[in-house]
Design a protein. Sequence first.
Length: 134
Amino acid sequence: MLKKEDEVREFKWRPTHLDEENTEKLLEHVNMKLSEGFCETMFELGVNESGLRVGLSDDEIKESLENLKKVADQLTADISVICEKQVEKQDKKVMDVLIRRRASENYIDIRIAVCGFVQFYNLFETGVISFTGM
């Protein structure tokens, strides 16, 4: 069984079984990270504070995502699963989750794919297209 101070640290990588106090701490933590990270931040579910890939069961992942979704909704943000990996020799997974504040109506998302050999010209061309509108 975890001690109280371990539970407080643990909610960052395994936000499950949250009481009201830890939900509020998670909300404050996510809000701080969003403020520091230009309105987006990453969470590594299943990776503890020392960087060890402990992993989470399917039920823990589901509950963790639900709790992060609740917190994100309160902060007018969205969550996206970026990557999900199986922990070796275990029936557990680790997951990278992106939390991003919802954009204002003035925001335009531009995505440009450049194919071919990576050279200076490709970067220059991308800059010209995106800033001057060829």
